[in-house]
Design a protein around this ligand. Structure first.
Ligand SMILES: Nc1ncnc2c1ncn2[C@@H]1O[C@H](COP(=O)(O)OP(=O)(O)OP(=O)(O)O)[C@@H](O)[C@H]1O
Length: 321
C-alpha cells in the first residue's frame, strides 16, 4: 500500500528525512514513532501528496506521489497534525464542503457524511460551529474529514494529540474498527496506544529509520532483563535456589510482606522463560506460590533506547521521553 524508497527531504539545506525506505502492506496498522523533529510529519505530508520530496521514490496504492498526486489524494485520508479546520463553519456544513472537494455528491455523499459523523461521534455536534468545539471534538471532525471519501489508506498525524483518556480510548476503538477496511499509518507519542493498536512500528530519529518491526519483536530485542515477581512461602535458602535456576541472573528477596509470605524478584535473561522450571522447583521444595508475574520491557523502553542511542540525548525533548 505504501512503498518508500530512498526518500530524502531537505528544507533550506537542513535534512529532515534522510534516505528512508519502508513498506506498508494492505490492511496493516503501522505506528510511525520518533521524538519531536524526527521527520514524521514531513514523511506523512510527502506520502499524502501535499509536499514534494527532494529525492527518492514513494508510491501509495500503486500511484506515484510525485507524478500522480491527484490519484494519491483520492486514495489517502490525511489527518495533519493540528488539522486546520474552518472555524466559522458548522460541522456538517464543513464535512459536506470537504466531501464535495473530494468528488462526492448527492445521496451517497449525504449518507457517507452521516456514517462518518456516527463513526467519529460528532453527530450531536453537527450543527455547532467548529470554532466553538473542544479540541477533542475538532480532532474528531478532522478524522471524519479524513474518512469521508472511504480512502484505502489513512495517514494520521498525532490523532490523539490533546485528547483526554476517554477520547483516546475512543480513537483506539475506532482504529480497530477501521482495520478491516483501511490501511493506517499513524504517528503518536502515546506508546501504550501503539502497543495496543499497531501491527508494526517504524521508529525514525533525525530523519533516519532506526527500527521497523512488530511491537513484540522490538520489546524482545531490547537488551534488558525480564523481571519475574513472585510471592512465595518456603523455608531454606530460597533466594540461592532461585538464583541457581538456569536463565536467572539474579534473585533478590524483598522485605517481608505478611508472614509467612515473601516477595522475590528474579532478573531473567532476555528470551528465557523460567516459569516452568520455577514451578518444578517449588513443588520439589514444597514451597507455595501465590503470585507470579512477568514484567516485560515496554515499547516506551524501546523508544527511549532507540532515541537515546541515535542522537545526543540533548537533541531529544524531555517531554517525549
Ligand atoms: N517547513 C519547514 N521548513 C524548515 N524546516 C522544517 C519545516 N518543517 C519541518 N522542518 C524541520 O524538519 C525536521 C523534521 O520535522 P517534522 O515536523 O517532520 O518532525 P516530526 O517528527 O513530525 O516532529 P513532531 O513530533 O514535533 O511533529 C525538524 O528539524 C523541523 O524543524
Amino acid at each position: 500500500m505504501i512503498d518508500v524508497q530512498d526518500l530524502t527531504k531537505q528544507y533550506a539545506g537542513r535534512t529532515a528525512v534522510n534516505h528512508i525506505s519502508f513498506r506498508v502492506e494492505p490492511g496493516e496498522i503501522v505506528g510511525f514513532l520518533g521524538p519531536n523533529g524526527a521527520g514524521k510529519s514531513t514523511t506523512m505530508r510527502i506520502l499524502s501528496g501535499y509536499m514534494p520530496a527532494t529525492s527518492g521514490r514513494a508510491s501509495v496504492a500503486g500511484f506515484d506521489v510525485f507524478h500522480q498526486s491527484i490519484q494519491v489524494r483520492q486514495n489517502v485520508g490525511y489527518m495533519p497534525e493540528n488539522a486546520p479546520l474552518y472555524s466559522d463553519m458548522k460541522v456538517k456544513e464543513y464535512l459536506r464542503f470537504r466531501a464535495e472537494l473530494k468528488g462526492l455528491s448527492g445521496l451517497s455523499m449525504r449518507r457517507r457524511i452521516g456514517e462518518v459523523m456516527e463513526l467519529t461521534g460528532v453527530t450531536d455536534m453537527r450543527k455547532r460551529l467548529i470554532g466553538n468545539l473542544s479540541k477533542g471534538y475538532r480532532q474528531r471532525v478532522a478524522l471524519a474529514d479524513a474518512l469521508v471519501h472511504k480512502p484505502k489508506l489513512l495517514i494520521l498525524d498525532e490523532p490523539t494529540n490533546g485528547l483526554d483518556p476517554v477520547q483516546i480510548r475512543h480513537v483506539r476503538d475506532l482504529l480497530r474498527s477501521l482495520k478491516s477496511k483501511h490501511t493506517v499509518l499513524l504517528s503518536t507519542h502515546i506508546l501504550h496506544e501503539v502497543e495496543q493498536s499497531c501491527d508494526r512500528v517504524i521508529m525514525i530519529n533525525q530523519g533516519r529509520i532506526r527500527a521497523n518491526d512488530t511491537p513484540e519483536n522490538l520489546t524482545r530485542q531490547l537488551r534488558s532483563t525480564t523481571l519475574l515477581h513472585l510471592e512465595l512461602e518456603g523455608s531454606g535458602p530460597v533466594t540461592e535456589k532461585l538464583a541457581a535456576l538456569p536463565g536467572v541472573r539474579k534473585a533478590t528477596e524483598e522485605p517481608l510482606l505478611v508472614h509467612p509470605w515473601r516477595r522475590y524478584t528474579l532478573r531473567v535473561e532476555p528470551d528465557q522463560d523460567v516459569r516452568e522450571a520455577l514451578l518444578t522447583l517449588a513443588t520439589a521444595q514444597k514451597w507455595r506460590i501465590r503470585e507470579m508475574h512477568r514484567q516485560l520491557p515496554t515499547l516506551e523502553d524501546v523508544f527511549v533506547e532507540f532515541s537515546m542511542n541515535a542522537g545526543t540525548p540533548s537533541d531529544i525533548p524531555t517531554h517525549v521521553l
